[in-house]
Design a protein around this ligand. Structure first.
Ligand SMILES: CC(C)(COP(=O)(O)OP(=O)(O)OC[C@H]1O[C@@H](n2cnc3c(N)ncnc32)[C@H](O)[C@@H]1OP(=O)(O)O)[C@@H](O)C(=O)NCCC(=O)NCCS
Length: 221
């Protein structure tokens, strides 16, 4: 159940098996371990040079501050059962693009390789998109009411491609980047409503108004 505290803008999104929540400084050892596993960042152009607990305490402070200022919403991903930290994800930055005042969320996800192919990223991404795309008229305190969620990765990253294109059916575009070919997904609220309706995924804590949902048959075309 989404819950955002007024004082800290602490976000907690609950799914069937997971909790996605604003990091705390005590998560630093788990982040240091996540970023010490080369499989987890195999396709990242920038490799972590100093995955120490002290480094991630500083990084997590900036994530907490970013959430407080509503400029980002990075979330620690924990198993509900036992509270083990298994990954991180969410929005590295949230900003308004002009013209049109379009709210953009620049997204990323990482699940530790020990937990790959158990459906955790699918569950976490679906919950995060539900949370992010709630329109501003329904958004609770702290919900960013994003219009377009952007994922970018090197084109060589077939894992994120498998998740976003293979599993969710979102279309990527290819472009040249500073580190080689890149794939980019720009997912709109309408895209998400269409895909989640077609996949029969349940709404998050706040249901989308029926007027926003496409007809299930039309969504399937
Ligand atoms: C991409 C990543 C988040 C996927 O996490 P995951 O928890 O293993 O994914 P899920 O188990 O939820 O997969 C759901 C579906 O996505 C697709 N998928 C996931 N990983 C895939 C892979 N390696 N190859 C092809 N398809 C894949 C499959 O359709 C899968 O369903 P299936 O297992 O029933 O076939 C994970 O591999 C990861 O953290 N990689 C390193 C970090 C990274 O590259 N992040 C992306 C940067 S934006």
């Amino acid at each position: 159940m989404p819950n955002t505290s007024k004082a800290t803008r602490y976000v907690a999104i609950e799914t069937r098996r997971l909790i996605l929540r604003t990091p705390t400084l005590s998560d630093a050892p788990a982040y240091a371990a996540l970023f010490s596993n080369p499989l987890n960042y195999e396709h990242e152009p920038h490799k972590p040079s100093n995955p120490s607990v002290e480094h991630y305490e500083r990084v997590l402070s900036s994530f907490i501050e970013g959430t407080h200022k509503r400029k980002s919403a990075v979330l620690t991903i924990c198993l509900k059962d036992g509270e083990e930290i298994i990954g991180t994800g969410g929005f590295n930055s949230i900003f308004t693009r002009k013209p049109g005042n379009v709210r953009i969320g620049d997204a990323g996800f990482m699940i530790d390789s020990a937990h790959w192919r158990k459906g955790y990223a699918k569950e976490a991404v679906a919950a995060m998109l539900d949370w992010a795309f709630i329109p501003s008229s329904l958004a609770r305190r702290g919900q960013p009411a994003i219009d377009v969620v952007v994922f970018e990765s090197l084109a060589a990253n077939d894992r994120i491609k498998g998740l976003l294109s293979g599993c969710f059916g979102f279309q990527a575009t290819l472009r040249d980047g500073g580190f080689g070919a890149e794939q980019v997904w720009e997912i709109t609220r309408a895209d998400w409503l269409k895909r989640s309706t077609m996949m029969g995924l349940p709404d998050g804590d706040i249901p989308f108004p029926a007027s926003l949902r496409p007809d299930p048959q039309a969504a399937g075309t």
